[in-house]
Write a protein that binds this ligand. Structure first.
Ligand SMILES: [Zn+2]
Length: 339
């Protein structure tokens, strides 16, 4: 089967966005936060069937590891209470999608992070989403300030309470920033790529995976700039007296295939071990248009994998096997459904 490890509910029914706007307005005016609106199953069906589900079918994909819209997590807006209410509303909606289409979507949660608030305070939502909603992972924002990087690096012990819970629950995290409130960084064009590259370098500099050998991270968007500059990172690891990358970072870190052209995918697969690559498209997400050079959607990343001259076993690992290994709770669910 083909598992897309990276999809967001970018098409959630309008009441969710209206609620968010009302919530932010209430916070700014110092009023009580509004109630989360009821959204019907029909509204959810309509938002999914015309969009993600249609494209899954058109592209020949079986399922998506599905999380709330990343750019809308906006942890920098409001305060912890605002982030908690918004996060649980978004996660609950993902659970509703999964309940309606259990063979096509599986949930990954956003966390109720807020700048300056300890990550401990996000642990309860991770537990709720995994234990009660059946989610299989989380999205971790390394920069809840939205482009000002006020948090400690991901290797800092202040993050460890979340890592301990991730290991206990056996769930990975995708490193995923949200919107940028720093005009220097376009959200999806600069902030996302910067964060992917930054997270990798933090892992390279640190010794996190000695502390947490079972911890697993997916760095999305093809690993940011890392595969293209692989020689630089190998050289830096050498200069810093760190172990070679395949014995160090790459035992715990995976890249997805959200790279929107063939030469980029060719390079990714050429440079990075197959066991570290998970199929992903981030559909429907950052780049939604049709490539005039090919006539196909930029984010139809399966096409790029299909044309690779690699073994059938390697393709299967990228499309399915690696995701089942990195997300063991997904594997268990699929087996439970006879898949
Ligand atoms: Zn994403």
């Amino acid at each position: 089967m083909i598992i897309d490890c990276h999809g967001h509910y970018t098409t959630a029914p309008e009441p969710l966005q209206l609620f968010r706007e009302a919530q932010i307005k209430a916070f700014k005016e110092g009023k009580a936060l509004p109630e989360v609106p009821h959204i019907s199953d029909d509204e959810i069906r309509e938002s999914i069937e015309q969009n993600q589900l249609k494209l899954l079918d058109e592209r020949g994909l079986d399922m998506t590891i599905f999380s709330p819209r990343a750019s809308a997590m906006a942890h920098h807006i409001g305060n912890e209470e605002v982030s908690k209410q918004w996060t649980s509303a978004c996660n609950d909606l993902i659970a509703r999608v999964v309940d309606l289409y259990p063979k096509r979507f599986i949930g990954v949660c956003q966390l109720p992070q807020s700048p300056g608030v300890p990550i401990e305070n996000s642990v309860a939502e991770l537990e709720r989403c995994v234990n009660e909603l059946g989610f299989v992972g989380c999205n971790l924002n390394p920069d809840p300030s939205g482009g000002h990087w006020t948090s400690a690096p991901l290797t800092d012990p202040s993050w460890f309470p979340l890592y301990e819970k991730m290991v206990e629950l056996d769930v990975p995290a995708m490193i995923h920033v949200s919107g940028s409130c720093n005009p220097n960084f376009h959200a999806t064009g600069a902030h996302y790529m910067n964060a992917d590259t930054t997270a990798f370098m933090q892992f390279l500099q640190g010794d996190l995976f000695n502390e947490f050998p079972a911890l697993r991270f997916i760095i999305p968007h093809g690993g940011g700039a890392v595969p293209y500059h692989w020689g630089r990172y190998r050289g830096l690891a050498d200069m810093m007296k760190q172990p070679p990358l395949n014995e160090h970072v790459m035992k715990n870190v995976y890249f997805d295939t959200c790279v929107y052209h063939q030469p980029g995918i060719d390079l990714l697969v050429d440079v990075i071990d197959t066991k570290n690559i998970l199929f992903g498209s981030e559909m429907i997400g950052a780049v939604r248009g049709i490539d005039p050079q090919t006539g196909h959607y930029f984010d139809d990343t399966k096409r790029y994998i299909d044309t690779l001259e690699i073994s059938a076993a390697d393709k299967k690992a990228i499309f399915e096997g690696n995701a089942r290994r990195v997300y063991p709770r997904l594997d268990a669910k699929l087996k439970g459904m006879g898949l």
